[in-house]
Design a protein. Sequence first.
Length: 235
Amino acid sequence: MSIAENVAAIRAQIIDAAMKAGRDPKSILLCAATKTNDAEAVREAIRAGVDCCGENRVQELTEKLSQNAYAGVPVHFIGHLQTNKVRQVVGKVDLIQSVDRIKLLQAIQQEAARQNVIQDVLLEINIGNEDSKSGFSTKEIWQILEVLSDFPNIRVKGLMAIPPICQNSVDSRKFFQEMCNLSVDIMAKKSDNVFMEILSMGMSGDFAEAICCGSTMIRVGTAIFGPRNYSRPHP
Ligand SMILES: *Cc1c(COP(=O)(O)O)cnc(C)c1O
């Protein structure tokens, strides 16, 4: 299937999942996870109507930005971000989805202040408390909210999570539901500088479950572009 056909099929599944959950399908954004895919594939996905692109690696982001690959849609950073690389990301992307530690908040603040910009971010939650994954724990996040007023050049737009891989939809829904509840609880607290507008969760294998539990942004790679080829030199 072509990228356009894949995107159309995903759109149909988004509508189906949203209807089942009694939600407006337009309230769910489709973010193309573009890692390992070249500028031409990215452009094809944009022509097919994805709402935004998410890049994982700074090098790939820089390369594809220089090729004008994301023209027409917002670009997000969704991968692990090293503090020594924030300069190549802050002010270059519309949203950094993967803010996972206080040191990174500090580095983003410093760079955003230097450029005199406001950087939109999501806070990543390690919802399954997995050692292999980064993100704030559901306990830690409350302390982070307390100090966000120290970061005037950062605007928190919501939460992102990559839950554990589950064998069945009942288990994965438990994590997605927990994320949704957390987002509602944080919104109710009305902290300065915090807007819970985006709940970024759901990937190729589980986005229907995520939509059912309140996701407003799904990040989809494989289902759009096909299996990733990591051996190919990155564009
Ligand atoms: C690669 C990636 C995705 C998409 O994963 P697929 O299973 O290929 O849809 C989503 N989010 C993040 C953070 C990723 O790195």
